[in-house]
Design a protein around this ligand. Structure first.
Ligand code: ADP
Length: 785
């Protein structure tokens, strides 16, 4: 109802068309305007024609008057009759147009001159404008039988207003008539247009605006009577057709809307059913999640407990083991029968393997318990790799060439954890050496984007593809016979990969059975100090070595970079001895044949075990021997010495015990009697005098009594521990220069920090080797003289 009323209101609103906006008015206005303009134009033409004829009729009428007056006036002039002349002129003045008449004889004597006032009126100026104010006429007077005898002249002044007034009246009527006709025409046209156009249109619009498209059946427009076949009839028909198609469409839409609503309802039902199901499975899932979380927590707790147990156990096992190893090492230094030496060596080697195994197990358990912490300090990774390779070179098989290839632009220092990087190098390298019987083992170091690439390549037995993923699992080997043939625990690679991952790096493997393996660790160690190029060398160096050897690759990379002229030859056949300053060779077999050909200095690069004994090397002089793998610094110093005759900048330290008695006075603070014995034995071998204190308080007493060069302080001791003792020594202020070195089994950064905070200067991780102890003593108690 409301909608209908609204529609009707809207319809009547539509019908409120302003009169001036209506079509009928507009059409009538247009027609009338055109009619009016045309009518006016025609009236004006008519007036124009009238004007022309009126203008001509003035002259015509006056001429007629003059002709009528000609004869009487001629006779009057002939007779010179003034009285008649006056009568004639007065008679002429009777004409409404003549305002002055004058008759003159042939002597110019005025016979009569009469005039009257002209007519004044408000339209006069217009008439004067159109016809002129005054027109003058004159007639020459003569008698008909004496046409050549001039008798006088008749002058007439004509007032044009008599004609102009008439003309203006007529023109006014013509115009008014035209306007009146236009007005009547407008009225008639307006009525006609309204009846024929506006009214039927208004009816159709009314019907259209009153119709409701949502009820199409009722919406059928009636055609106004008499318009069935004209444009309005067509309009109504088209509108009716549109209504029908709209009705069909609306019907279809309604049907599909209904279907959609039905589908939506069904969908809602399905969704709510699914939601209920999901809720149920969600709650099941969260319950099992909770159970899983509990299980995970239990597993973590167990792993931590296992790690703690392992840590304690390994510490407990390691202490007696260190004692045992130390004692065996001491025994090995004493004079022994060869059989006893061999037995003790085997015991010592087995002990070392046991210690390494323990370390690996401890490290792995630290990973499991998430206890592994990494350091970030600057260290020379190149030198570290060379040192490690040098240490492990004794494991290399006789026909294996071990080479360290360090990129010449490699930085001299990087930031990272040196202990852990050393572990990675040592694990990969010891595997490569273990599984390679002949060929090459190379360690390569290069800078890559975002870090360092450490690569260990070998030409060993290789690893089958299916085993490559497995070998990173703890206690797993590539094949069944590996342990039997090569030994090993299967922990090294697991640990190495864990270490790489802990450093945010990656460990990749490429291997082919029978051809060798390539392990590449990419570690994000940042650059700290750039590579320092040593002063350039001068000389011509020739290498006699196979093109495929590691030595050739190393020399080719290094020697030109150090400024040397370098050349490689396969054999000595085409050697020009005069053009060589130094000959480098790794061919031990042909050395003796070479000597007669070339008398200059020769550098023999070979495995440490293959070094020529004293008398042989003297017979081949000048001969220098360098052990594989060649370290960059050792090679540089040898070249420098040989080519330029200069002494090395840092001559290698030789064990000082043999050179010096009473090397240093050392206070050893250690509660464990075995450790006491081991350390004491080692220090004695190094030429040191040792006094032992079993705990901190005893150490303080001994310090009061005697002077010492160095204190070796165990950290965990009964009565007074190492930290407290160090603090007291420093607090007393009596021995400010005395170096205190912590002996600790735990080399973690926080432990070192704790030692430093207690006033200790350095630390030595237990178990320590004799070389480490010597290096430490050399550092803190330098030899004078
Ligand atoms: P293991 O102490 O047995 O060497 P690792 O975890 O270091 O333990 O190595 C696991 C296994 O991976 C080895 O037993 C060996 O089968 C294989 N493997 C590791 N490195 C090499 C290599 N360079 N060449 C051939 N096989 C290797």
């Amino acid at each position: 109802m409301l909608a209908q009323r609204k529609g009707r209101e809207t319809g009547s609103g539509l019908m409120d068309i302003k009169f001036t906006n209506r079509l009928s008015y507009k059409q009538a206005r247009l027609t009338v305007l055109v009619g009016f303009i045309l009518g006016t134009l025609l009236s004006l033409i008519q007036i124009g024609i009238d004007y022309a004829s009126e203008d001509a009729s003035i002259n015509r009428e006056v001429q007629a008057l003059l002709q009528i007056s000609h004869n009487p006036a001629s006779r009057i002039a002939y007779n010179i009759d003034a009285e008649l002349a006056l009568e004639l002129t007065r008679g002429l003045l009777q004409s409404p147009a003549i305002i002055r008449a004058r008759l003159i004889d042939n002597n110019d004597t005025v016979l009569a001159d009469v005039q009257r006032a002209r007519l004044e009126d408000r339209y006069r100026p217009l008439s004067d404008f159109l016809f002129g104010e005054l027109r003058q006429f004159q007639e020459r007077l003569y008698l008909a039988h004496m046409p050549n005898e001039y008798l006088g002249t008749l002058y007439l002044d004509v007032d044009t207003y008599a004609f102009g007034g008439r003309f203006l009246d007529r023109a006014g009527i013509t115009l008014i008539n035209g306007f009146a006709r236009s007005l009547v025409l407008t009225g008639i046209l307006l009525a006609l247009f309204y009846m024929m156009l506006t009214k039927p249109l208004v009816t159709v619009i009314g019907a259209l605006s009153g119709s409701d498209p949502r009820q199409p059946r009722q919406t059928r427009l009636e055609c106004p009577h008499g318009h069935e076949h004209d444009e309005i009839g067509v309009l109504v028909k088209v509108a009716n057709q549109q209504f029908v198609s709209m009705a069909t469409e609306i019907q279809q839409r309604r049907t599909s809307d209904n279907r959609l609503t039905q589908y939506l309802n069904e969908l809602e039902d399905i969704v709510s059913a699914r939601t209920t199901e999901l809720k149920a499975s969600n709650s099941r899932l969260s319950q099992s999640n909770q159970e899983l979380e509990e299980a995970r927590q239990r597993a973590l707790d167990m792993a931590q407990a296992r790690a703690a147990f392992l840590a304690n156990m390994s510490h407990e096992i390691r202490t007696p083991l260190n004692g045992m190893l130390g004692m065996i090492a001491l025994a090995l230094d004493s004079p022994l029968a060869s059989e006893q030496r061999q037995q003790l060596s085997i015991a010592h080697d087995s002990g070392k393997v046991l210690v390494e195994l323990l370390n690996d197990i401890l490290d792995l358990s630290k990973f499991d318990a998430g206890q592994l912490e990494l350091e970030r300090i600057p260290f020379d990774i190149g030198a570290m790799v060379e040192d490690t390779a040098n240490l492990l070179s004794q494991n290399a098989a006789q026909s294996v060439e071990l080479t360290c290839l360090i990129a010449s632009d490699f930085p001299s220092m990087v930031l990272g954890d040196p202990t852990r990087v050393r572990q990675i190098v040592s694990n990969l390298l010891s595997n490569a050496l273990k599984f390679t019987r002949f060929g090459r083992v190379d360690v390569r170091l290069a800078m890559i984007v975002g870090g360092v690439s450490l690569e260990v390549r070998d030409t060993g037995i290789g690893i089958p593809e299916e085993a490559q993923a497995r070998i990173f699992q703890p206690f797993t080997q590539a094949g069944a016979g590996i342990t039997r043939q090569y030994g090993g625990t299967g922990l090294g690679l697991a640990l190495t990969r864990n270490l790489c991952q802990a450093m945010q790096g990656h460990l990749h493997i490429q291997s082919e059975p029978g051809f060798g393996s390539r392990f590449s660790a990419q570690l994000p160690l940042t650059w700290h100090t750039e590579a320092i190029a040593p002063p350039p060398l001068q000389g011509r160096v020739v290498a006699l070595s196979d093109a495929s050897s590691g030595l050739s690759e190393l020399l080719q990379d290094r020697l030109p970079a150090w400024g040397l002229q370098y050349q490689r030859q396969d054999t000595a056949a085409r050697l020009d001895p005069t053009a060589i300053d130094l000959l480098i060779t790794d061919d031990l077999d042909h050395l003796f044949e070479l000597r007669p050909v070339f008398t200059g200095p020769i550098l023999l690069v070979t495995a440490y075990g293959n070094f020529l004994p004293g008398e042989q090397s003297t017979s081949l002089a000048p001969l220098h021997q360098l052990a594989r793998p060649l370290a960059r610094n050792a090679l540089y110093q040898t070249l420098r010495r040989t080519l330029q005759g200069q002494a090395p900048e840092h001559p290698l330290a030789t064990p000082s015990a043999t050179r010096y008695e009473n090397r240093a006075r050392i206070l050893l603070v250690e509660d464990n009697p075995v450790n006491q014995l081991v350390a004491k034995g080692m220090l004695a071998k190094l030429g040191c005098q040792v006094q032992v204190a079993a705990q901190g308080a005893e150490a303080l007493e001994l310090l009061e009594q005697d002077a010492f060069d160095l204190v070796l302080m165990d950290c965990n001791m009964p009565v007074m521990d190492g930290y407290e003792a160090s603090r007291r020594i420093r607090q007393s202020g009596r021995w400010p220069e005395l170096p205190i070195v912590a002996l600790t089994a735990n080399a973690m950064p926080e432990e070192r920090e704790r030692c430093r905070a207690a006033g200790m200067d350095d630390y030595l991780a237990k178990p320590f080797r004799r070389e480490e102890l010597l290096a430490l003593i050399d550092h803190w108690v330098p030899l004078s003289g």
